[in-house]
Design a protein around this ligand. Sequence first.
Ligand code: NI
Length: 181
Amino acid sequence: MTVQEIRLFGDPVLRSAALPVQTFDKELRRLVSDLTDTMLEAGGAGLAAPQLGVLLRVFTFDIDDEIGHLINPVLDLSDELQEGDEGCLSLPGLAYPTTRAMRVVAKGFNEFGEPMVVEGSEVLARCVQHETDHLDGILFVDRLDDETRKQAMKAIREAEWFGAAIPPVKVSPHPISSRWL
Ligand code: NI
């Protein structure tokens, strides 16, 4: 089990676009394993490679007891929307109502380079959208309405973890109404 440090808001790696995976090798499978272990240890519902400081288009998820991963995702979103609280392991302790598509069909690859599709609604759809955003340097606070985003930025500035020279090695989230993504 290799649990890695989760990068926090303010780390420029979270604002960088990740590159498509081109080589499905042992190193990639180690990344998937590290993402999975770190996500489970942190009690998260999802984790994207940039959150471990790796700029590759890979994420893992743990929704409804199904642990999975997706590489180089391409999303097809429903027009129907959903509202619900969303959080992120890179912004510990914060959750805000975030609008997302209700359903998603995500095409990509597994760690062996085999094509796969992740299809779902509600929490799984929210997770897939949130994690794919991470691969484009987008954070859920970017998706909030203006008023809520102002509140979020204030809470971030006041958070004990914000601007710390040495981020905490282990994040211990205490979800309010949803699990961290
Ligand atoms: Ni996140």
